[in-house]
Design a protein. Structure first.
Length: 65
């Protein structure tokens, strides 16, 4: 259940960052829009790290050794 909550937060961040970036692009501020997109991607990556580590650990456990 905790992973679903994290995924929903990630989706929310993606929508807000895209919305803000489009608003700034429409206002003629392309440089700020690219910074907003970068910030959104960094936040998404930071929130996804625990999910990625669990997936990697699961894959490693499946490998016969």
């Amino acid at each position: 259940m905790i992973y679903i909550e994290t995924i929903l937060k990630i989706i929310g961040i993606a929508y807000i960052a895209e919305f803000a970036a489009q608003i700034t692009k429409d206002a003629g501020q392309g440089a700020i829009a690219s910074k907003i997109e970068l910030g959104g991607k960094i936040l998404i990556l930071a929130m996804a790290i625990p999910i990625l580590t669990v997936m990697i650990e699961t894959i490693i456990q499946m490998i016969p050794g």
